[in-house]
Design a protein around this ligand. Structure first.
Ligand SMILES: C[S@@+](CC[C@H](N)C(=O)[O-])C[C@H]1O[C@@H](n2cnc3c(N)ncnc32)[C@H](O)[C@@H]1O
Length: 382
């Protein structure tokens, strides 16, 4: 690593060394060389920006915000290009308003940068929840109006502004969100006291206390396999389907699935070979998945077709308070949908599914608040 105290090397030498270290993936050495440049010239813009970039890559958001904030002040807003990295660093430091400001500038500079849009969605939700819901709604509405074709703007822009009610979360948006989560999904969701898989397992165990490994089971929206692990003792065959390739990679590591497929679950269930006869599954589970659907009729009909007569459907949804349930479902600022119990029962019934058990409970916590939900076990009419 370069020694910041040594004057032997010139700035061009140090920059060349830093670039070479970076090219070879030696980030610590590259960071040291850029720091040596900054020890000689604290306002060196390339060194500030590259040191900031490396800090983001190493999840060192304090350093990133410091370096990139200095570069922004020196360059001036019009010439500063590192808004995506600065926005991410500020978001990770919990500075939601500043993060939104930086990321709005990032998408304005480069409307096609999907990472900036995705990070703007996260920052806007946090700004909405923690700081100023009205201002967040105004910024979200503007974002949606300017980028109607971007999946994040279309979904989170609609969710935070309340300006539109898409009937389902866009598949590209869902895949992107969960690809991003996948490396740390299980740790992050445990921190939120996530319990959808346990609630579903408990509901099923009340009806079937002694699993005998005889059922054909589909884990719809299987994610990393948290629900699948609970369903495995029931399964002669366990299939998983999910939109997110990176969640599926994690699920595969568990070694519990007979098949895993990357697909949208209604399309998956609508493939001709899966529509033959009376359905192929004894049990379909969707733990914390239907909150990415507003209208549930399509999913329930697809589940019903895929179930054998007498087969069971097990799922959770986030619950709308009774006095807020007109219209059946609502898109929350989080980007997830909440459903009314009346809507659930009607839509299940219309798809030929009868409720066997329904339990209200907390699905997880978010910003310290309980997320009210319902776990349902339904049966396909014979
Ligand atoms: C919150 S995770 C839950 C994962 C798993 N069921 C569990 O309980 O840990 C939601 C999962 O549903 C998937 N998903 C959401 N909508 C989907 C759809 N329409 N088709 C397939 N997968 C979907 C997401 O990609 C994500 O992996």
């Amino acid at each position: 690593m370069a020694d910041p105290a040594s004057d032997a090397e010139t700035i061009p030498d140090l920059l060349a060394a830093a670039e070479e270290h970076y090219r070879q993936g030696a980030l610590e050495d590259a960071a040291g060389a850029y720091e040596a440049v900054l020890a000689r010239d604290p306002d060196h813009l390339d060194a500030l920006e590259w040191r900031g970039e490396i800090a983001v890559q190493r999840d060192d958001y304090e350093t990133a915000a410091d370096m990139l904030g200095r570069a922004r002040r020196l360059r001036g807003d019009a010439a500063f290009a590192e808004y995506t990295n600065l926005g991410l660093a500020l978001y990770e430091l919990g500075r939601a308003r500043d993060a939104v400001d930086a990321l709005v500038r990032a998408v304005a500079r480069d409307g096609g940068d999907l990472v900036s849009h995705s990070n703007l969605g996260k920052a806007l939700y946090e700004y909405h929840q923690k700081v100023d819901a009205e201002d967040a709604g105004r910024i979200a509405a503007d974002w949606l109006a300017r980028f109607p074709d971007n999946p994040d703007a279309r979904h989170i822009g609609a969710a935070v502004s309340g300006r539109a009610k898409p009937p389902v979360a866009d598949s590209a948006y869902v895949a992107d969100v969960f690809d991003d989560y996948a490396p740390n999904f299980e740790e992050k969701i445990a921190e939120l006291s996530y319990q959808a898989p346990d609630l579903l397992a408990a509901l099923l165990a009340e009806r079937e206390p002694a699993p005998d490994g005889s059922l054909a089971v589909l884990d719809a929206g299987c994610g990393t396999g948290l629900a699948g692990a609970r369903l495995k003792p029931y399964a002669a065959r366990l299939d998983g389907v999910d939109l997110s390739p990176k969640m599926l990679t994690k699920a595969a590591e568990k070694g519990i699935y007979d098949s895993l497929e990357q697909a949208e679950l209604i399309s998956f269930l609508s493939e001709p070979q899966r529509m033959e006869g009376d359905g192929r599954y004894d049990l379909i589970a969707a733990a914390d998945v239907l909150c990415y659907f507003g209208a549930l009729d399509g999913a329930f009909v697809a589940f019903s077709h895929a179930l054998k007569p007498g087969g069971r459907l097990l799922f959770t949804v986030e619950r709308l308070a009774e006095d807020d349930a007109a219209g059946g479902y609502r898109l929350d600022a989080s980007g997830r949908y909440k459903h009314g119990l009346g809507y659930l029962e009607e839509t299940l019934d219309a798809a030929g599914l009868d409720v066997l058990r329904l339990r209200r409970d907390v699905l997880r916590y978010e910003y310290g608040e309980p997320v009210a939900g319902v776990a349902v076990l339904a049966v396909k009419r014979a």
